[in-house]
Design a protein around this ligand. Sequence first.
Ligand code: C2E
Ligand code: CA
Ligand code: CA
Length: 707
Amino acid sequence: MNSQDRLPSASDGAWHTRVTEALASISDAVYFLDADDRFTWVNSAAERLLSRPAAELVGRTVWDVFPDLRGTDLGRVYRMARERRAMQEVELFSAPLDRWLGGWVHPGRGDDLVVFFRDVHERRALDEERAAESSLFRAVLNALPARTAILDPDGTILTTNAAWAEGVVSDGRPFAGAGANYLDACAAAAAAGDRDARAAVDGLEAVFARRVPSFSLDYASSPPAGRGSEPSWWHLQAFPVDDRPRVVVTHTDITDRVTAEQRAAWQARHDHLTSLPNRAALYEAIAEALAEDDSGRVTVLYMDVDGFKQVNDSLGHSSGDLLLRELASRLAHRTRPTDVVGRLGGDEFVVVAHDCDAVGGEALARRFHGVFDEPFELAGTRLPLTVSIGIAASDPAHAEPEDLLRDADAAMYAAKVSGPNQHQIFTPALRTELDDRWQIASRLRDAASIGEFVVHWQPVVHLPSGEVTGCEALLRWNHPQRGLVHPADFIPVAEENGLIVPITRWLLQTTVAQGVVWARQGLELAIAVNISAVHLASGTLVDDVLGAVADSGLPAGRLMIELTETSVARDPEQATEQFATLREHGIRIAIDDFGTGYSSLSAVASLPVDVLKVDRALVAGSGPKGTAAPEAILGAVAALGAALDMQVLAEGVETREQVELARRVGCTYAQGFHLSPPLAADELTALLEEGLRRTGKQLLPRGPEPT
Ligand code: C2E
Ligand code: CA
Ligand code: CA
């Protein structure tokens, strides 16, 4: 039996029949109610939905069949449909069905109602899901720290997140909110000259037009006046949301990252100890200065603290660091703001002076020497320090900053070699000299070079007797390419490269051996060996000298060492100590080049020495202008020697008159070209043997007659 069979015949009419026929077969549940809410007709879908056969429903009221529905919205909706004579919608949850049902209640004839019901459970679930999704979307959007907005195709802001509200544009106004046009706002800023805004407009338009998949831009935002001075940094990104041409715009705060990057970049260009520009930054500064100034007026000063290593070694690295910081700040205060002071590392500082030539550089160097006038206070001590400065002024040959720096370095090196507290201007000759030195140094370092040394011996004449009583050992280097190289060209290089001590050890051995040979031949010669200040400071001098004479058979008194006045003056106490020890063993000591070192006579008087070798300049009267006549000077030194029980030797006598003068004023010895140049050992032997054969004395052929 189907529901059609139970159609009430009371609600007649062909029309009614047609309608109910149509309704009977539709998938929506349909039922008719009379004015008392009594079911008058139900279709089969309604039977299924209400889980009741039509027979159980028709004739009974809704409230009888489903008492649970009393008091629900349904009654109200029925009433409203009747009162308003308009369709009412309702959604109900059916507990027995455990589903949501949607109802459409149509007013019928009189107070009859036609009610459609449909299972809306799936749709409602979907709606709920959508709603949940949309609130999730909101929550996510708001949780984003980036200022985020979604834009319509025309640039109108559809929605923004919570962070967006905190955004302010550079003039202090808040970001435009939903409804405003983002593109227009950017365009306005661009029109006002904001270049970043211009780029943003172009980029966004490209994204909207799908010409690019996305667009991003980093920009700085200065704070509105009076709200701090540090700009903040932002990353603007725009990308399409979906296939509709909507665009998401985000502004992410990247201030931390940018400042970290800026800090790293700063650190890469500065010295961590002093915060001064480092080597890389100095190169840039020089390059910039050169590019700016093609008139050749960029000058680089290269400074190296004298004896800094000793400070570090004796006071410790932390003191050394303090000193470098103090020095950095002093230097920075002595330069013009346009000049750049930097540190290359260690105790090496560089100043790049703009609009400054070599002469100006020299004035600046003097000023920097002055920086050291005030001693440095360190660990409770006041430390006097000096600096060596090299100056290089730009010229067209200086294409690269490296060249200028290298030349200044070379000049510094030359200044350093000439003594502490000096400055030197770079010249091309200096470069040649340095290259030369470098070549010599590299060859000298080769152990084979020791076999290339030869010794020449210059006779020393005892003036009262006219006899040759000694000689001075003078080193020559028989260089395979250069021939005989004189000591002035290689001794300083050997001193710098730590080679002078081994060379002198070899010389001492050679000298002693030669002395023994002469002694066997009946020639009793005292031999003098020149000793470098470096050797004196090395601490091995006493051992080296005594080691050479020990077990050689040569009486110690035949060996004399010569040290210049200046090398002794560097550390008189240390010299005195070593001299005393050597003299106890019979070794004799001479002060070489006496009269050139400007040391006071009293300083020399207190030294334990045997011989004063008066420099050739004094003997020849070619000393500094205004000095007294050679006779007076030589006389004074001879008198001093006599008073101190020292013997005086006149060096470099080139004429008969000079020999006579030396003899007259009371010098004990003389040495010089007039008597004999330095000779090879066998030449000297032959001469002296000839004298012995002729006169029984060690005489030179043209030696002076004894008085
Ligand atoms: P010095 O010790 O004053 O040696 C004397 C220098 O004067 C020698 O030059 C000698 O050849 C030169 N001479 C001698 N008589 C005359 C003269 O009448 N007129 C002129 N114009 N010169 C004269 P040399 O051999 O070239 O030595 C130069 C300097 O090199 C020496 O000066 C000495 O300071 C240093 N030297 C030489 N040999 C050695 C060495 O074995 N060790 C060290 N440390 N230095 C050395
Ligand atoms: Ca000498
Ligand atoms: Ca000398």
